[in-house]
Design a protein around this ligand. Sequence first.
Ligand SMILES: [Zn+2]
Length: 463
Amino acid sequence: MTFDTLIKNGIVVTATDTYPSDIGISNGKIVAIGQAMPAESATHSVDAQGNYVFPGGIDVHTHLDMPFGGTKSADDFESGTKAAAFGGTTTLIDFAIQYKGQTLRTALDTWWKKADGKAAIDYGFHCIVTDLPDARLEEMKSLVHEGITSFKLFMAYPGVFMVEDGLIFKAMLKASETGSLICMHAENGGAIDVIVRRALAEGKTAPKYHALTRPTTAEAEATARAIALAEMAGAPVYIVHLSCNEALEKVREARDRGLPTYAETCPQYLYLSLENFDVPGFEGAKYVFTPPLREKWHQEKLWAGLAADHLQVVSTDHCPFCYKEQKELGIGDFTKIPNGGPGIENRLSLVFTGGVQKKRFSVNRFVELVSTTPAKLFGLYPRKGTIAIGSDADLVIFDPNVEDVISAKTHHMRVDYSMFEGIHIKGVPRQVFSRGQLVIDNNKFVGRVGQGEFLKRQLYNSP
Ligand SMILES: [Zn+2]
């Protein structure tokens, strides 16, 4: 057998196994897994001695080139997918947004155009649904046939994205009928709106009030309501960017009852807290995203939730806005600060450092959280999310011993600050392959813009 590429002497890690092995790649697929394969059998041979070989990371929550409050997120599909690759992510699922009055198809066409010819790694889309007359409900079915097998709804941002419970319920019934998955932004938007207006009237306009006007109870209530609606509809539900222990408890209770309830958290909730707002002037705006940062004690609860499978996925909710000129739009009024933070590049190293190095969970659980479960839930498994014969050769050679410090000075995201500035990591991607093509080689991008393909995803599958 001959290979395009042979990865030699690595420690292969999947969600279930850890073993030394070589991996043979041909035509973008994994075609052989075994020991002591001769280097002469391959055009290219890569030595992974002393390194792990992981399936490529899958980030199921990103917002590239996304309009928000008169500006747009600072990474487009070129800079965003490159930065993702630098961090060991080889697949992302972004969000195509349907605005009021539009068809779902319009949303999809718009985002296809944004990504076309620009992506350096493979990508899919969820569809954010904001307007659901009966005709649009029927259209969900045709999107599922196009490979858009998940839809996101908002219980927050009244007047912009928020949809009422009846519509959420109808969408869940349709999801259950079509085998798709509803992703939920769970915060009680109505109550939060009242608290926000009261704060502004009292002259509380600084960035930290974005966080202080969005209580954990508002997230827990909406999480419980989303779960109840899904239970009545006989549908699974996936809670996005869960940030606090109160909401985690709702997910845990539902899962203990055997409901198909899933939730993701993000590195910002694992590493940052309200203390990050103790910075001079307007700089707290760097940490304005939704749900907001919480008190520090929540972090350990979320890590424990990841270890115990009360949380199933770590995504980033990457939605970068530069501090200069973008975040600054909210000087004097925190409601005008573009919501979001940059993280697409840092996910694997942060979860590996805090999870595996700190002995909170195994390296297999790490792979499950950042790659395998996302692939299973969102219809990409086993093409993505594992190392097996026939799977795409999306692979990360990961050195667990290299230490680094995260900084905006060295990151590749197109944004002028890092939320994780100064945080120490131990474990970095050394080489990254996307469908067999080397895209990152020792911190250099060697891939090709436009090589990333749109992924037509399969139906939701219970992991
Ligand atoms: Zn988001």
